[in-house]
Design a protein around this ligand. Structure first.
Ligand code: B12
Length: 479
């Protein structure tokens, strides 16, 4: 018997998707966080990351047979993490798991379980959906608390109706959450996307939970309250990853790593004073960074910062509720250049208000401002977001299965752009930005910042695939 088996379903991205071409293989951090908490409470727990060990259903079946069923190891709870994009795959894995272990309770958590709860529970094999932060909720299931008294849980009653229990309050002090159970993952098998790390081994972590922003395209699984692990705690986690697994490079995947300036300063000072050999990359906001901080971050090993700019049209940016002044873009990119930190800017194409003019304008501005790297996503209305509500209200949501919600396929038809035009601009951004002699020269010159020659070649080939797929109808989309 094992108390809890946690599973991250595998997902195969379509051709031309940025994550596929950039060969990212990132750890299920939510499951590692849950596992650490569950273990601290005295329960046994294991994680299967299907991307690594069971990329197809046949392998999954043989793992369940070999490692569990034949050894009579029956999990009391089988928990799946479920993003919108991975939901269809998650349902298939869950059905197999329930067939093997009919007495186990199948629990779904993560963004899709939190915002598409009804759909998740419509599957016979799924018993419970956990909404929001999962640690305390899953522990209470393990403790056999009466189901109707567990906050943050939705389930089916005997009449097969869905019951939503009271909302689960957030764990107030993020410093009380134990370090994710990295030992339950095959750390050496993971790698952040090409171009995001400077050297290997590199690993991705988060140091905060929640985001006060109100961006219309963002899924806020853990809510608005931003809580930050303190610098000491982050530093010991970095030391652990370094000592235990030789990790030398980190991608801080927090929504806004610099949200708490004092804390970042404390962390940088710790890294510098303790001489931790670390290079790192983080995500920030243009209004949460200044030159003093940039200088200190650089001294502490920061080699790249990513900012969401989304559009160079202030009105369109405002329509995303991003609340950022575009004049900051040029200033910030120049500051990063001055201090030899790679700048990476992220854009959205195909939002409800985008027009050909606004996208052409963004492409021209981008070339003038000239950051080091860019990332482009097609506007994708994930359940629970304002963008999703807008798409439903305006009746502009196309019929698509959730596996198409990858950020590279148009899911909404806008007033001004056809799906074909959106795909055209998705590729044009990449083409016009990267395929310039000056840009190619710049990347070659900064090879050590981008992780070496082989990484640049692989990333370059991936970008060519994104930018030059045979025709704009490669994607099987309906408009
Ligand atoms: C790191 C990250 C990645 C990494 C790694 C993903 C991974 N394997 O975990 C990379 C770069 C690969 C990535 C890729 C993508 N990502 Co991403 N990513 C994140 C990010 C920034 C952090 C996730 C994280 O680790 N959080 C910390 C942990 C502690 O929180 P958590 O995962 O939510 O888990 C808690 C609860 O949700 C719950 N829970 C989760 N699983 C389970 C399971 C059970 C059984 C239970 C009980 C509870 C439970 O308990 C956990 C602990 O409290 C989030 C944004 C965010 N701030 O959460 C986006 C986010 C998850 N990504 C998102 C998206 C859209 C994508 C992409 C499609 C790319 C894109 N176009 O943006 C791809 C697809 C990935 C996929 N396989 O589905 C969306 C998902 C939206 C949705 N509705 O599904 C998010 C929410 C971003 C956003 N704000 O919109 N991503």
């Amino acid at each position: 018997m094992i108390d809890c088996l946690l599973i991250s379903p595998a997902f195969i991205f379509e051709k031309g998707n940025m994550w596929k071409e950039m060969r990212a293989l990132d750890p299920p951090l939510g499951l590692a966080a849950l596992a650490a908490w569950i273990r601290n409470e005295g329960y046994s727990v294991r994680i299967i990351d299907c991307d690594i060990s069971a990329p197809d259903l046949r392998t999954f079946i043989s793992i369940l047979k070999k490692d569990f069923a034949t050894k009579n190891i029956n999990p009391r709870i089988i928990g799946f993490t479920c993003c919108t994009t991975t939901s269809a795959a998650a349902y298939k894995y869950a059905e197999i798991a329930k067939n093997f272990f009919s007495n186990s309770k199948i629990v779904f958590g993560g963004p899709h379980a939190s915002f598409a709860t009804k759909e998740v529970l419509s599957h016979d094999c799924i018993d419970y959906a956990v909404i929001g932060e999962g640690e305390i909720t899953i522990t209470e299931i393990l403790k056999n608390k009466p189901i109707e008294s567990i906050n943050g849980l939705a389930y089916k009653n005997i009449n097969n109706q869905i019951v939503y229990n009271a909302i689960r309050a957030r764990i107030g002090d993020i410093n009380l959450i134990p370090m994710p159970a990295y030992d339950l993952l095959d750390i050496e098998k993971y790698s952040p996307p090409l171009g995001a790390f400077k050297r290997k081994p590199s690993f991705i972590i988060t140091t905060s939970r929640g985001c006060p922003g109100k961006c219309t395209f963002c899924t806020k699984t853990l809510g608005n309250l931003h809580l930050q692990k303190n610098a000491d705690k982050i530093f010991s986690e970095l030391q652990y990853l370094n000592n235990q697994y030789g990790i030398k490079d980190i991608v801080f995947h927090d929504d806004t790593f610099t949200a708490d300036k004092n804390n970042v300063q404390d962390l940088c000072k710790l890294i510098i004073n303790e001489k931790l050999d670390l290079s790192w990359h983080c995500f920030s906001r243009l209004d949460y960074i200044d030159e003093d901080l940039i200088i200190l971050m650089k001294r502490a090993g920061c080699h790249q910062i990513m900012f969401g700019v989304e559009s160079f049209d202030q009105k369109i940016l405002d329509s995303y509720n991003k609340n950022i002044d575009l004049s900051l873009v040029k200033k910030t990119v120049e500051l990063l250049r001055k201090h030899d930190i790679t700048s990476r800017l992220a854009f959205i194409v195909g939002g409800p208000n985008d027009t050909k003019e606004s996208l052409e304008n963004s492409i021209t501005h981008l070339r003038n401002i000239n950051p080091d790297l860019i990332v482009v996503n097609v506007a994708t209305p994930f359940p629970g977001t304002e963008l999703y509500k807008q798409a439903i209200n305006k009746k502009i949501l196309n019929k698509h299965t959730w596996d198409k919600y990858t950020g590279a396929i148009p899911i909404i038809t806008t007033e001004n752009l056809s799906c074909k035009e959106v795909v055209h601009y998705y590729r044009k951004f990449y083409r016009n930005f990267y395929l310039r002699p000056m840009q190619i020269f710049r990347i070659i010159r900064r090879i050590k910042h981008f992780g070496g020659i082989s990484v640049v070649i692989k990333a370059g080939l991936g970008l060519l695939k994104i930018a030059f797929s045979k025709k704009d109808t490669d994607y099987n989309y309906e408009c």
